[in-house]
Design a binder for this molecule. Structure first.
Ligand code: APR
Length: 307
C-alpha cells in the first residue's frame, strides 16, 4: 500500500518527526515487486490471517476463537507459590505506554511500512541504506523512551523470584533493563546493538544513527554492519534456552503481544496442558483461547496490581 504524498501527511507548520521523515523517504523508494515472505518452521514469521494455526511444537490446529466467557479475569494478585517457575513473554504492548509504537495497533509500525521492505534479509540485500534509516528512526524514538509501571512491576517481580522468573521479550528496546530487570532474553534482538553480516564478530553496543550523508558502517573484514535484529525469515535468538524454560514453567504469562508472530505465538500452546496461562493486554490476542485467564487491560495499569 502506498501512502499519501508527504505534503498531505505533514501540515506545513509541523516539524516532521524522525518517524515521519523516514516514512517520506520510504514511500518514495517503495518497491512494487518484493516477494511475500514464506513462513519457515523455525524462522520468525507472521501467521497469515488472524488465527496463527501453525504450531511450532505440537502441530495442533489451534482454534483461535474469541475469549470464552468467564476467561476474562477479575483483578486479584496472582498467586505464585515457592515451587512455581514463571515464564513471562512480553511484546510491543508493554512499551506502548512509554511512547514506542506497537506493530499492529491503530498507529502500529506495520500499518505504515511493509515488513518485507525494511525487516527481512531480502530488504538488507536490496537496500541496506533504507534498512538503516528505518532502524535509525527506531533508535531515535526508543532513545527518549522511559520505562513505564509495567516494566517496573516486572523488575520488582524478578527481585522477588530471582531465577524462578524467566523474562523473554520480543521487544528490541531496552526498557526492561532501564527499569532494573537483570536477566532479559531478547528473542528478536536488540535495537542498540549491531553486528557484522559476514564474520562471526559478536554483536556490539551501537546507538549510532546511520542516515545520509553518513556512510553505511562496515566491518574490518569488509562485511556490512547490520542491526542486531531477528528479521522475518530468520531464527530468533536463544530458542534452546527459551524452550527449556517453557518446559520448566508452571505459570506462563504473555503481556502486550498480538499472538500472530511465530514462534512466540505458539509458546502458550506448548505449555497450556500443564501450566497456568495468563494474558494481559487491552485486546484479545489471536491465540486468546489458549489462555486460562485474560486481563483485558493496559499492562502499565494492571501489572503493578497483579504482583
Ligand atoms: N498494554 C498491554 N498491551 C497493549 C497495550 C498496553 N498499554 N497497548 C497495546 N497493547 C497490545 C495490543 O492490543 C496488541 O495486541 O499489544 C499488542 C501489540 O501487538 P503487536 O503490535 O503485534 O506486537 P508484538 O505482538 O510484540 O509483535 C511481535 O512482530 O513485527 C514483529 O518482531 C516484531 O517483536 C515483534 C513481533
Amino acid at each position: 500500500m502506498r501512502f499519501p504524498a508527504p505534503r498531505q501527511q505533514v501540515p506545513p507548520a509541523e516539524k516532521p518527526t524522525a518517524a515521519k521523515q523516514f516514512e517520506r523517504k520510504w514511500n518514495s523508494r517503495l518497491s512494487p515487486s518484493v516477494p511475500n515472505l514464506l513462513p519457515g518452521v523455525c524462522g520468525l514469521y507472521q501467521a497469515r490471517g488472524s488465527t496463527g494455526k501453525m504450531c511450532l511444537f505440537t502441530n495442533n490446529q489451534q482454534s483461535c476463537a474469541s475469549v470464552e466467557s468467564g476467561c476474562v479475569a477479575k483483578l486479584s494478585e496472582i498467586s505464585i507459590s515457592p515451587s512455581d517457575r514463571v515464564f513471562i513473554l512480553t511484546g510491543a504492548g508493554v512499551s506502548a505506554e512509554s511512547g514506542i509504537p506497537t506493530f499492529r495497533g491503530a498507529d502500529g509500525l506495520w500499518r505504515n511500512y511493509r515488513i518485507e521492505e525494511v525487516a527481512s534479509p531480502h530488504a538488507w540485500a536490496r537496500d541496506p541504506q533504507l534498512v538503516w534509516e528505518f532502524y535509525s528512526m527506531r533508535r531515535q524514538v526508543a532513545s527518549s523512551a522511559r520505562p513505564n509501571p509495567a516494566h517496573f512491576a516486572l523488575a520488582k517481580l524478578e527481585q522477588r523470584l530471582a531465577d524462578r522468573l524467566f523474562l523473554c521479550t520480543q521487544n528490541v528496546d531496552n526498557l526492561h533493563e532501564q527499569a532494573g530487570s537483570k536477566n532479559v532474553i531478547h528473542m528478536h534482538g536488540e535495537l542498540f546493538k549491531s553486528r557484522c553480516d559476514s564474520c562471526p564478530r559478536p554483536p556490539f553496543d551501537d546507538a549510532h544513527l546511520y542516515e545520509p550523508p553518513a556512510e553505511l558502517p562496515r566491518c574490518a573484514c569488509g562485511g556490512g554492519i547490520r542491526p542486531h535484529i531477528c528479521w522475518f525469515g530468520e531464527v530468533p535468538f536463544e530458542l534452546e534456552r527459551i524452550i527449556r524454560a517453557l518446559d520448566a514453567c508452571t505459570i506462563f504469562m504473555a503481556i502486550g503481544t498480538s499472538g500472530v508472530v511465530e514462534p512466540a505465538a505458539s509458546f502458550v500452546a506448548h505449555v497450556r496442558a500443564r501450566a497456568k496461562t495468563i494474558y494481559v493486554g487491552p485486546e484479545e490476542p489471536a491465540n486468546a483461547s489458549a489462555f486460562t485467564q485474560c486481563y483485558l487491560e493496559k499492562a502499565g495499569e494492571i501489572l503493578p496490581q497483579l504482583f
